[in-house]
Design a protein around this ligand. Structure first.
Ligand SMILES: Cc1cc2nc3c(=O)[nH]c(=O)nc-3n(C[C@H](O)[C@H](O)[C@H](O)COP(=O)(O)OP(=O)(O)OC[C@H]3O[C@@H](n4cnc5c(N)ncnc54)[C@H](O)[C@@H]3O)c2cc1C
Ligand code: FES
Length: 256
C-alpha cells in the first residue's frame, strides 16, 4: 500500500445537501495513485485521530480528488469549516479498492445514503455498462444524481418515504434487474442491513459482489486493531483490518 501524508489545497467547496459537503482537493501524487473504493484519512483540527472519507472523484489529468461527506459529529463538523483555498491534511490513498474489470459488460452499483459517493468513480469507469441505484431517507438527502447521469450510467433513485424516485429500498429495483439476468458484478456501499440484503440476493443468483464496509477507524493503515472485522478466507475465519484488507471485500468473505 503506497500512500502519502500531506497538506493539500482545497480547490472547490460546495454544500450539496443539508450538512453534506463536496471538496475538490489538488493533490496530484495522490490522484495519480488512487483507485475507486479507496479512502482519504483526514486530520481535523484539535483531534488526534483522523476521519476516513471515501474517494468520490479521481481526476488524474487535473491532479485532483473529490470527497463528499456528511457532518456526523465533532470531527466532520470541524472539517466542514475548511474553505476553498485552505489546506487539508490527508493520508491517502488508503485501503483496498474495488476490482474494475474492463471485460464486464453489465454491472450494478448500489449506494445507500452517504455510501453513495464511492460508487461515482465506478460509474465513471463503466459508463453506460453500469446501472447506479441510490437510496436515501427522503428527497432532501438526495445527492450526486446528476453526476451519475453524466457518466452515462442508468440512474435509479429510491427514497424510503417516496418523496423522490421509487418509494422503497434499493433492493427492490436491484431484485428486478437481477431477475432479468446478465449482470457480471455488483458493487455496494451503505448501511449494514442493506449490504447484507444485497449479498444474499447475489448469493442466490450467483452474481459476483463486492461491498465496502464502513468501520470506526483509528490509524487507517493496519497498525492498530481499531477496525477488525470477521471474514473468511480460504475456508478459515480471519479478523481482517477494514482499513488495509478492505474497505472493499468480496461479499462472500464477510461474516455478517
Ligand atoms: C472507509 C470509510 C469511508 C467512509 N466514507 C465516508 C464518506 O464518503 N462520506 C461520509 O460522510 N462518511 C464516510 N465515512 C464515515 C465517516 O468516517 C464518519 O462519519 C466520521 O468518521 C464521523 O466522525 P465525527 O468526528 O464527525 O463523528 P463522531 O463524533 O466520531 O461520531 C458521530 C456519529 O457518527 C458515527 N460514526 C462515526 N464513525 C463512523 C463510521 N466510520 N461509520 C459509520 N458511522 C460512524 C458515530 O457512531 C456517531 O453516531 C466513511 C467511513 C469509513 C470507515
Ligand atoms: S484502523 Fe488501525 S488497523 Fe485499521
Amino acid at each position: 500500500m503506497k500512500y502519502t501524508q500531506g497538506q493539500y489545497i482545497i480547490k472547490e467547496k460546495s454544500a450539496i445537501a443539508r450538512e453534506i459537503y463536496s471538496f475538490t482537493i489538488s493533490c496530484p501524487e495522490v490522484a495519480a495513485a488512487a483507485c475507486p473504493g479507496q479512502f482519504v484519512h483526514i486530520r481535523a483540527k484539535g483531534f488526534t485521530l483522523r476521519r476516513p472519507i471515501s474517494i468520490c472523484g479521481i481526476d488524474k489529468e487535473k491532479g485532483t480528488l473529490r470527497i463528499v461527506f456528511e457532518i456526523r459529529g465533532e470531527g466532520t463538523a470541524e472539517i466542514a469549516k475548511l474553505n476553498a483555498g485552505d489546506l487539508i491534511d490527508i493520508l491517502a490513498p488508503l485501503g483496498h479498492g474495488f476490482t474494475v474489470n474492463p471485460d464486464f459488460k453489465k454491472v450494478v452499483l448500489i449506494g445507500g445514503g452517504i455510501g453513495t459517493p464511492p460508487m461515482l468513480p465506478l460509474a465513471k469507469a463503466y459508463g453506460d455498462r453500469a446501472a447506479a441505484i441510490s437510496g436515501f431517507r427522503n428527497a432532501s438527502a438526495v445527492i450526486l444524481q446528476e453526476d451519475f447521469r453524466k457518466t452515462g450510467a442508468e440512474t435509479i433513485l429510491c427514497t424510503d418515504d417516496g418523496s423522490a424516485g421509487i418509494h422503497g429500498f434499493v433492493t427492490q429495483p436491484f431484485t428486478e434487474l437481477a431477475e432479468k439476468g446478465g449482470i457480471d458484478a455488483v458493487y455496494a456501499c451503505g448501511p449494514m442491513p442493506m449490504l447484507k440484503g444485497i449479498a444474499a440476493i447475489c448469493k442466490e443468483k450467483n452474481i459476483y459482489c463486492e461491498i465496502s464496509l464502513e468501520e470506526r477507524m483509528a490509524c487507517g493503515i493496519g497498525a492498530c486493531l481499531g477496525c477488525a472485522c470477521r471474514t473468511v478466507r480460504n475456508d478459515e475465519e480471519y479478523f481482517a483490518h477494514v482499513c488495509k484488507d478492505g474497505p472493499v471485500f468480496k461479499a462472500e468473505e464477510v461474516l455478517w
